[in-house]
Design a protein around this ligand. Structure first.
Ligand SMILES: Cc1cc2nc3c(=O)[nH]c(=O)nc-3n(C[C@H](O)[C@H](O)[C@H](O)COP(=O)(O)OP(=O)(O)OC[C@H]3O[C@@H](n4cnc5c(N)ncnc54)[C@H](O)[C@@H]3O)c2cc1C
Length: 417
């Protein structure tokens, strides 16, 4: 079998890369994955997007991605339900509010409304806590169905999907010559794209490269909000402060006895959630990554039977109306996956040392929102077309630049929520 390009991985990154390769005129694009498309990480996401990023390359990549999403939404008749609700960053801390106000000035061109007192904030978002001092509403942001987008991209291109694992990359004459597929013949191809998500490192080694990535566990919980307490018209809501959960004395004793002292002290910032589905849907999605588990990607994911309750308590700090669920948690559904990322939380998109080999990955917690522009960028590299300004910031070669390495050495603000 021969192919114009072989993409390893049918997550949102691989599907988008294949879609853009085909649109750029590459013939016989093949995506290889042992799993059905979009079923490892890309269907576990909260599916949110934003252009609100604290550095120019990420903001540019996301703006481009959102441009493409808007175009595809038009072209598809809104097949993937692109919303524009925004992200609301909320705080009860005066210093943090000052920082949000500074962000609003420095990053204002990205589009955001600042609410710098409780009254104006709660006039617009009445369900928020009286403790909230203010908030910043990033406007070029919202959510959409990643699975519907991926399915639409697959249906819209004549990309072939093969259900098998990639087991090797063959080189000949100093460049990619073929891709080995488990239980099948080698596919002859001049182009190999590594879009293996959490297995990026493993698949990178098949092309003779060590990719500088690691993986963090991230869980998510869906609740059936049967009492209708979560505001259905809310934006993505993010509590940006650390918080201590108000466990009762007996709960504290029990948690300590159960070895869950990690839940008793100050918990990290970033508890967040949003309504899921239409106005009549009872579902809400919520996340709070307080585990900070970094590990080799393996499944099943580490379990935390208290995760739904902890997240509901965290969300209640921001939306006190949820307190009605304190003693009787609504039905939860927990899933999650890995944020596979680089140390500075920017993706890897571009050529590898072996000619004809490329990577599109390390998409961390932003792969769904970045996929459109990331797929386009890797296709531009493959076809040798002019590259956008942000291309260099995502290439593997950036790590050869001592100035860049010094710049990211002490980086604190990486934009991860
Ligand atoms: C809880 C959670 C919430 C998130 N929320 C958001 C959000 O709100 N917004 C956002 O933009 N992003 C979010 N993300 C991140 C986003 O989901 C990921 O960045 C994105 O799905 C990664 O896509 P991918 O295609 O790189 O990887 P994946 O979807 O994991 O796909 C990789 C594919 O490669 C295949 N593969 C691996 N090895 C091989 C091999 N040897 N041969 C063939 N195939 C192989 C796998 O089977 C898999 O199908 C979230 C992630 C999690 C876990």
């Amino acid at each position: 079998m021969k192919a114009g390009a072989v993409v390893c991985g049918a997550g949102i990154a691989g599907v988008s890369a294949a879609f853009h390769l085909a649109r750029a005129g590459v013939k016989d694009v093949v995506v290889v994955d042992p799993r059905p498309p979009l079923t490892l990480t890309s269907d576990k996401s909260t599916e949110c997007y934003r252009n609100w990023w604290p550095n120019v390359p990420m903001a540019s990549l996301m703006n481009r991605s959102i441009d493409l999403l808007e175009k595809m939404a038009d072209e598809s008749g809104d097949a993937f339900h692109l919303s524009r609700r925004g992200y609301l960053f909320v705080t009860a801390d005066q210093d943090r509010l000052t920082r949000l106000a500074l962000d609003a000035v420095e990053m204002g061109r990205l589009g955001a409304d600042l609410y710098d007192d409780n009254e104006s904030l709660r006039r617009r978002f009445p369900y928020l806590s009286e403790r909230a001092l203010g908030g910043l509403h990033a406007r070029r942001a919202g959510w959409f169905s990643a699975q519907q987008l991926g399915s639409w991209m697959l249906a819209r291109s004549d990309v072939k999907v093969i259900r098998a694992a990639v087991t090797g990359v063959e080189a000949g004459g100093g460049r990619v010559a073929g891709v080995l597929i488990e239980g099948s013949d080698t596919i002859e191809t001049p182009v190999f794209v590594n879009a293996a998500g959490p297995m990026l490192q493993e698949v990178g080694r098949l092309a003779g490269v060590e990719l500088p990535v690691y993986s963090e566990v991230h869980l998510k919980v869906g609740f059936r909000d049967h009492l209708g307490l979560f505001p259905r018209d809310a934006p993505m809501l993010i509590w940006t402060d650390p918080q201590v959960i108000d466990w009762s004395a007996s709960e504290r004793t029990q948690l300590a006895a159960d070895g869950r002292a990690d839940l008793l002290g100050e918990m990290p910032p970033g508890c967040h959630g949003r309504p899921e589905g239409g106005i009549d849907s009872p579902w809400l999605l919520a996340l709070w990554e307080y585990h900070r588990i970094i590990q080799e990607p393996t499944w099943p994911l580490p379990e935390d039977r208290l995760y739904p309750e902890v997240v509901m308590r965290g969300m209640t700090t921001m939306i006190p109306g949820l307190a009605a669920y304190r003693d009787r948690l609504p039905q939860p559904v927990v899933d999650g996956g890995y944020y596979t990322k680089t140390r500075e939380n920017r993706p890897l998109i571009g050529p590898l040392a072996l000619e004809g080999a490329y990577v599109v990955g390390a998409l961390s917690g932003f792969g769904v929102m970045a996929a459109a522009a990331a797929g386009e960028l890797v296709a531009l590299h493959v076809t040798g077309r002019p590259l956008p300004d942000y291309a260099g910031a995502f290439s593997l070669q950036r790590y050869e630049d001592p100035t860049y390495l010094a710049e990211i050495e002490d980086l604190v603000e990486t934009g991860q929520i």
